[in-house]
Design a protein around this ligand. Structure first.
Ligand SMILES: Nc1ncnc2c1ncn2[C@@H]1O[C@H](COP(=O)(O)OP(=O)(O)OP(=O)(O)O)[C@@H](O)[C@H]1O
Length: 777
């Protein structure tokens, strides 16, 4: 009988099947617990009920986590070198950690320390690894294995020795684009691994050219941080700020695929609860609104709404003219302003002081009215009893505490009094403050702000105009100055907090006695109120302007204005931030020229920068063209090194926009199921849209699912497509507020094919492209 050859794919299949079987068992268990629900089964009494509640909540979280990890659940294996006679350990690496029925590790979570060598071992420094294996699955079936044997003697020193798992990586990169970003957990590269596992604390800037995996690395970092610091981050939440809604949709599946479902995603236009701004201002207006001097203008606008009437205040009430003299009103204003509190809170003091003065005036007027008949009586001699009464009255104040309170309440209920005081120091919402300000050129020009007349004119617009993205940081700034008069709300909250503290204490005792240390007592106490389905941390955070997140990731961060940074920084008082971007791609005229310009104000000299240098998106031939564009528009920046060397050479075609349909058709035939984008200048945009009526247009949610989409350069930022047609490069350069950066963004969106379409001369920086033919086919 011959020896049967062991087939490694079969061996791995057996293991992978075990892993999936375990996943099914865990899902089944979680579903069973959820189905039985907290209300039924088990013992009676509060303790039993709490225990069931905990188990249900745990099961719901576990199930959400297990739901997203089906695809490529197990993707790697590492074999450590034998140590003397001791065989080396073998670990299987996957999206989540799983243990078998005996609690032995079956699958190691990719974020665990034990998985790290899978990402860090290189041919030149393999550490203790003897082999790294990539497992390629189709569904639950193992279809291929890629091995890297770390046998230094037998391996040539490749140029890119720092790039691990090249075969697996290139296979991953060559896959057609689906319109959604996927995770790269099986092929994370060493430089990206350093970003992902960098410490939670402080500000980490990830600077890298297009396609270097900044976005994807930042999202894996979110998953890693949640895994490593789950206690803090699950409670405080993680926020990812992205450039637009389409981009957020493009990336939204990455974290669930890594088993993380509770991360808040928002654009700058959504940072202020209750407002969802998508409209853009003209570049000139956006620059002014993004300028730090806007903070001064908003402060001045708030102070301007705190008036002391120059000639004093006079109001008709109860048939009397009640007055407050100018000096008293001024003192009242200054006393209110001296309170270290926002406008709407200071207003309470101001209102009280003015009501006090009015109540006193009314009392004095009444007093005088009763005095006059007395004077008459006293003309003919004052009787002793009257003299006695008058002496007594002289010594007691006109209004005692209770009279005062009642009198003030009565006056405040009088609409004339209220509107007179409101006109001096109104209760203001941020929306009202800004709407009033921008619709009043007179106010804008009167206030002290340091902005030039032309800059102020750029802010003017009709009242009731829709909010723009650049308005949102201003609303946030205004909200800081204005605050909210939430006295009643706070009293309610105080009572609720006392009650909650009691419940938390009780829940803690139950948890201790039931030995359920992993459960958070606060979480449990929260769940104990039957207020409908519980909100996730991300939902609660998104609704609360003052929420302090545990970590914030800002993507395409070079686009944020100074004012936008102020709004972001308010959400992260601990300054635990990942800032992701590329200064060479800054398109917004209000955006960053350097990271220091934006960050030094908040963390002077305390931010650390990590650079990503390898481009995983764009093939080398296209990157050559992009490098020329970069040299022309930002000569001090270096383009990233491409790893891909596939695809046809990029080309230029002299074509009017009207002939785009045949080009698009030909390109679609080349890319099969892939995605195509036409990225055009603003000047060509209407003609391109007219020529391609079936294409999706703009940064809409549908854009990602459509085979053909027409975008401006701003909308294309952060996205990628199998084939990209850049229409009117000269126009893109001319319109680019920073002088051409937008063309660099446009030509680096392609993963396979790039065609530049023009009808005049090609810009010099595209001289590598020769006009191939006038006929696109
Ligand atoms: N380690 C990796 N394995 C497989 N694919 C990768 C890896 N790193 C990056 N990619 C792929 O490269 C492409 C570019 O990544 P990503 O969008 O994160 O780059 P970026 O630096 O944010 O680019 P840009 O500045 O243009 O927005 C994506 O398709 C991503 O999935």
């Amino acid at each position: 009988m011959g020896v049967r050859q062991v087939n490694p794919v079969e061996t791995e299949q057996a293991y992978v099947s075990r892993v999936y079987a375990r996943l099914d068992t865990e899902r089944g268990e979680a579903e069973r617990i959820l189905r039985s629900g907290p209300g039924r089964g088990g013992g009676a009494g509060f303790q039993a009920q709490v225990e069931r509640q905990v188990a249900t909540e745990e099961a719901a979280r576990r199930l959400a986590r297990l739901a997203g990890v089906e695809r490529a659940l197990c993707f790697g294996r590492i074999d450590h070198r034998a140590d003397g006679d001791e065989p080396g350990d073998t670990f299987y690496i996957g999206r989540i950690g799983l243990r078998d029925e005996h609690r032995e590790p079956l699958l190691i979570d990719w974020r665990a320390a034990a998985a790290r060598p899978f990402y860090t071992a290189t041919a030149t420094s393999p550490g203790t690894l003897a082999r790294r294996r990539h497992l390629h699955l189709r569904g639950r079936e193992v279809v291929r294995l890629d091995d890297e044997v770390f046998d230094l003697a037998g391996m040539s020193e490749a140029d890119r020795s720092t790039i691990v798992g090249e075969a697996a990586l290139l296979a991953a990169l060559r896959r057609g684009r689906t319109g959604r970003m996927g995770d790269v957990v099986a092929t994370i590269q060493e430089e990206q691994d350093q970003v992902i596992r960098s410490a939670l604390q402080g500000v980490l800037v990830v600077q890298g050219g297009p396609g270097t995996g900044k976005t994807v690395a930042a999202l894996h970092r979110a998953a890693y941080l949640l895994y490593t610091h789950r206690d803090v981050l699950e409670r405080r939440g993680v926020l990812v700020v992205g450039p637009n809604a389409t981009f957020l949709r493009y990336i939204e599946q990455v974290l669930p695929g890594l088993g993380e479902t509770d991360v808040a995603l928002a654009t700058v236009g959504e940072l202020y609860p209750g407002v969802r701004a998508t409209a853009a201002d003209s570049p000139g207006t956006a620059v002014v609104k993004g300028d730090l001097r806007m903070a001064g203008l908003i402060e001045a606008a708030v102070l301007d709404r705190q008036r002391a009437p120059e000639g004093g205040l006079a109001v008709e009430a109860d048939g009397l003219t009640l007055t407050v003299d100018a000096e008293t009103a001024l003192k009242a204003r200054d006393r209110a302003r001296a309170l270290r509190a926002p406008h709407n809170i200071q207003r309470r003091l101001y209102v009280h002081e003015l009501l006090d003065a009015l109540a006193l005036d009314r009392a004095e007027q009444y007093d005088r009215m009763t005095d006059e008949p007395l004077q008459e009586i006293m003309k003919s001699g004052t009787p002793a009893w009257l003299q006695e009464l008058m002496d007594e009255a002289e010594e007691t104040p006109l209004l005692d505490e209770e009279d005062r309170r009642l009198s003030k309440e009565e006056l405040w209920a009088d609409p004339l009094v209220r509107s007179a005081i409101d006109a001096l120091w109104p209760e203001l919402s941020p929306q009202r403050l800004l709407d009033d300000l921008f619709s009043s050129p007179e106010t804008l020009h009167r206030l002290e702000s340091g902005l030039s007349p032309a800059e102020l004119d750029a802010l003017v617009r009709p009242a009731g105009s829709p909010w723009t993205v650049a308005d949102v940081p201003l609303l946030d700034e205004a909200a800081e100055w204005l605050g909210q008069d939430d006295t009643a709300e706070r009293a309610r909250a105080r009572t609720a907090a006392e009650q909650r503290a009691e419940e938390e204490k009780y829940a803690r005792e139950v948890i201790e006695s039931a030995g359920l240390e992993t459960v958070d007592a606060a979480f449990l106490a929260d769940r104990h109120h039957d207020d409908g389905p519980p909100l996730t941390t991300a939902q609660r955070a998104a609704a609360d302007r003052e929420w302090a997140y545990g970590h914030v990731i800002v993507d395409e961060a070079q686009e944020l204005s100074e004012m936008a940074w102020r709004a972001v920084m308010r959400r992260i008082p601990t300054r635990s931030l990942t800032v992701v971007g590329d200064i060479a791609q800054t398109g917004s005229p209000a955006g960053a020229r350097s990271w220091g310009q934006m960050l030094d104000r908040y963390v002077p000299g305390r931010w650390r920068e990590q650079r990503l240098l390898v481009n995983y998106r764009t093939p080398a031939a296209i990157m050559k063209v992009a490098a020329d564009v970069l040299a022309a528009v930002a000569p001090d920046q270096t383009p990233p090194e491409p790893v891909r060397d596939d695809g046809p050479p990029p080309r230029a075609l002299r074509l009017p926009a009207g002939e785009l349909p045949s080009l698009v058709e030909a390109e679609l035939a080349e890319i099969g199921d892939g995605r195509l984008a036409v990225v055009s200048s603003g000047a060509w945009h209407p003609a391109v849209l007219a020529a391609l009526p079936d294409a999706e247009a703009g940064a809409t949610p549908e854009a990602l699912d459509s085979p053909v989409v027409v975008l401006t350069t701003g909308e294309a930022k952060g996205l990628e497509f199998d084939s990209v047609i850049v229409a009117d490069p000269a126009g893109i350069i001319a319109e680019s507020p920073r002088g051409g950066q937008d063309l660099y963004v446009a030509v680096t969106r392609a993963t396979r094919r790039l065609t530049v379409v023009h009808d005049g001369d090609l810009p010099d920086c595209l001289s590598l492209l020769t006009d191939t033919a006038a006929d696109p086919c």
